[in-house]
Write a protein that binds this ligand. Structure first.
Ligand SMILES: NC(=O)c1ccc[n+]([C@@H]2O[C@H](COP(=O)([O-])OP(=O)(O)OC[C@H]3O[C@@H](n4cnc5c(N)ncnc54)[C@H](O)[C@@H]3O)[C@@H](O)[C@H]2O)c1
Length: 286
């Protein structure tokens, strides 16, 4: 199946990156968010990241301008999905929010369109069940920052068709990514392993085993991680980390997935990491 126009639903951390990569590879992109400020911020971020690519001579100035020119913004799903061959949902990691979005997308998208989710942990099979086209629903799990990270976990729901799976594997490759097929299980592979590690780092901080800097140093210097787990959590967003731990805990039912109380406290206080200027570290001056 030929994918030309791609709607990206949610213009936050991931949505702007997905829009950037799709537009850079020649697709018309319809970026939609309920919050107009997030849309404006997303365009500024895409422009900044394109400028960085030009400076590094990854792309030409003309290609950067053309990329930005291919992204149109919308504040309602029906307008954004009109004429789309694919919609990639990258909205807030809440089951009810995503369920409602999938019902709306199903009603608005052309019959042939594939509906993908960038969810980190919510069941693709369940999202498919919210639509009348479960065979055209799939997980397309990008990583942050999207223009840089190569991996896309391609997640098959119970009813995802072979054709949908093949189309999305091919598209991910055409976007310069390395798609890896995984089954529909809580957290897939990436977050099943990553999030409990981050959660354990927060327990170490809460129990004063070491300072945030020391915890990150141990994992960088001893395990050759490019970034410590608390720095990474700030980068991902602490609300996103908590939401994923909640899903792992609820679906897998084991105590080892219990979200750390300090993680809950940080989210309750609105200290969500880089995006709010404060998480385990202070970003107010950067
Ligand atoms: N942050 C990461 O590192 C990361 C990595 C991989 C996957 N993900 C997943 O990507 C998705 C988005 O995460 P994020 O970090 O970009 O979140 P974010 O909070 O930065 O952005 C979410 C956006 O969704 C918008 N939104 C909420 N409800 C909406 C609706 N009904 N219609 C349209 N837009 C709506 C919000 O206004 C916000 O701009 C989540 O499912 C998350 O699990 C995140």
């Amino acid at each position: 199946m030929n994918i030309e126009t791609i709607a990206v639903v949610g213009a936050g951390t991931m949505g702007n990156g997905i829009a950037h990569v799709c537009a850079q590879h020649g697709h018309v992109v319809h970026l939609v968010d309920v919050d107009d400020q997030r849309l404006q911020a997303a365009l500024i971020t895409v422009k900044k990241n394109l400028d960085r690519q030009v400076k590094k001579e990854v792309i030409s100035t003309e290609a950067a301008d053309a990329t930005l020119g291919r992204i149109a913004t919308f504040t309602d799903i029906p307008s954004a999905l009109a004429g789309a061959d694919l919609a990639v949902e990258a909205a807030t990691e809440e089951r009810e929010t995503k369920g409602a979005i999938f019902r709306q997308m199903d009603a608005a998208a052309p019959a042939h369109a594939i509906l993908a989710s960038n969810t980190s942990s919510i069941s693709i099979t369940w999202l498919g069940s919210q639509t009348g086209r479960a065979h055209r629903v799939i997980g397309m799990h990008f990583f942050n920052p999207v223009p840089v990270m190569k991996l896309v976990e391609v997640v098959r729901g119970l009813d995802t068709s072979d054709e949908t799976f093949a189309t999305i594997m091919d598209l991910a490759s055409a976007l310069g990514k390395s798609p890896v097929p995984v089954s529909d299980a809580a957290g897939f592979v990436s977050n099943r392993i990553l999030m409990p590690m981050i959660n354990e780092a927060v327990f170490c901080l809460m129990e004063q085993v070491a300072s945030a800097e020391a915890i990150d140093d141990v994992m960088k210097l001893g395990m050759a991680h490019p970034m410590g787990p608390l720095t990474l959590a700030d980068f991902i967003g602490l609300d996103v980390c908590l939401a994923i731990m909640e899903v792992l805990h609820a679906e897998l039912g084991e105590d080892k997935y219990r979200p750390c109380p300090l993680l809950r406290k940080m989210v309750a206080a609105g200290h969500l990491g880089r995006k709010t200027g404060r998480g385990f570290y202070d970003y107010s001056t950067t």
